[in-house]
Design a protein around this ligand. Structure first.
Ligand SMILES: [Ca+2]
Ligand SMILES: [Ca+2]
Ligand SMILES: [Ca+2]
Length: 235
């Protein structure tokens, strides 16, 4: 009787392991994005108030000219609408004479965006030498040039498109890199997603700044990632 029971237990344990492996395999398969865009592994089971999509670059792209001229194009959907997004206005901005001027003024620098203050944009090869840049944890959200509201048809929600044409080789030339984007949770509980940090710390101390370090902050959105290459050749 005892032997029979332990055999049954062993069979059950093996079956459970097989199911666990199957479940893990299923998860791995589900993480591959069918459209070649971002990867939302691990986020599918959890409801999020904000949905982040990376429209450009796509996985496997070899983007840019001389390390610059590549785009980061984002589609952000905020269930709670523009107020909850912390959206403070339309934006058309850039360096030098483009910075914070009409008709759609917005500031331009590294760090938290003045127009979408919950957004975090990281590039894994971001330099630590240019003024304002402190390596892969640097939040690049306030370098975005063009911010507009693309859809308000769903009750109370808002869709925002946000675009950056990278003006200098701030993340290297001829390098493989990873773009990671998310919207930080309402950390100060004022009802607004306006709590993006200027720099994301390496919370788990493993030497990089990635999705795990973002998740340690607390997030309102999925984490979207794209693996691509920055082309260093001239046009
Ligand atoms: Ca800005
Ligand atoms: Ca807040
Ligand atoms: Ca880390």
């Amino acid at each position: 009787m005892t032997i029979h029971r332990s055999r049954t237990t062993a069979v059950l344990a093996v079956t459970a392991s097989a199911l666990a492996v199957t479940a893990l395999t299923g998860l791995t398969a589900a993480s591959a994005s069918p459209d070649g865009h971002g990867d939302r592994a691990g986020d599918r089971s959890k409801h999020r108030a904000v949905t982040v999509d990376i429209e450009s670059p796509s996985n496997g792209d070899d983007a840019g000219v001389g390390g610059a001229g590549w785009f980061v194009d984002l589609d952000l959907e905020y269930e709670g609408g523009l107020a909850e997004a912390g959206f403070t206005g339309l934006q058309l901005t850039g360096p030098a004479g483009h910075n914070n001027v009409p008709p759609f003024p917005g500031t331009f620098s590294t760090g938290k965006d003045d127009r979408l203050p919950g957004l975090v944009v990281l590039v894994s090869t971001t330099n630590a030498t240019l003024p304002g840049f402190s390596g892969p944890g640097t939040n690049l959200a306030n370098l975005f040039n063009l911010t507009g509201v693309t859809d308000r048809s769903d009750d109370g929600s808002a869709e925002i498109w946000d675009t950056w044409i990278v003006g200098a080789p701030i993340a290297g030339k001829d390098v493989d890199t990873v773009l990671t984007v998310a919207v930080v949770d309402d950390l100060n509980h004022n009802g607004v997603y306006d709590d993006a940090p200027p720099v994301v710390p390496d919370a788990d101390g493993d030497g990089d700044v990635d999705r795990h370090d973002l998740e340690a902050l607390g997030l309102a959105s999925n984490v979207e990632r794209v693996h691509f290459r920055i082309n260093g050749a001239p046009a």
